[in-house]
Design a protein around this ligand. Sequence first.
Ligand SMILES: [Zn+2]
Length: 218
Amino acid sequence: MPAGWKNVFLRIFFPARCIACRKALPGDDYGVCPECLLKLPFAAKKSFDLPYLKACYAPFTYTGPVASALHRLKFSKKPPYAKPLARFMAECLPQDLQADFVTFVPISPKRKKERGFDQSEELARHVASLLGLPLAETLVKTLENRRQSSLPASLRKGNVIGVYEPAKTFPFGKGQKFLLIDDIVTTGATLSEAAKTLLFAGAESVTGLAAAKTAQKH
Ligand SMILES: [Zn+2]
């Protein structure tokens, strides 16, 4: 089947749906219907600082329809939600972004097997394609820690120390700059730990990008 026909086929049987209200959409522009687009919780401040990261960006505050979309992406095996979210993520980056690779904060291989996919990898795949950069698997989560969302902010930093290792399959070299993707930033402890691992492996710089940041202070 030619690619164009395949898309028509998919559109008829699996129409694009609004990530917020799930209404079928005529086009897949942003994956959001015009009514919901106006109500999306865009972050007032799209950049923030975290240890080990050159800068960090997130287009949304983690609330309302964006929280629902991220929840569905994570727990109901809905990778289609990744593309609309990735578009907003790519658009909130500065024009002068310096990155050679897009990479992501992975879940553990065990959890990926259970879930069937890694939500941050799916977001990263779409961001990489939108930016025209290669997607690189650079980190492995080697320790299964407690879920960050189950812990108070004061315990989250300690919970992620040493859980990532540089992937042996990735050829780290001098001068590599990474755009590191995660789905949600709360305290930033996870992104910082992953960025630290990349820097120790030889990365020149790491810029962070998440879909949403919780309103909670870090
Ligand atoms: Zn909608």
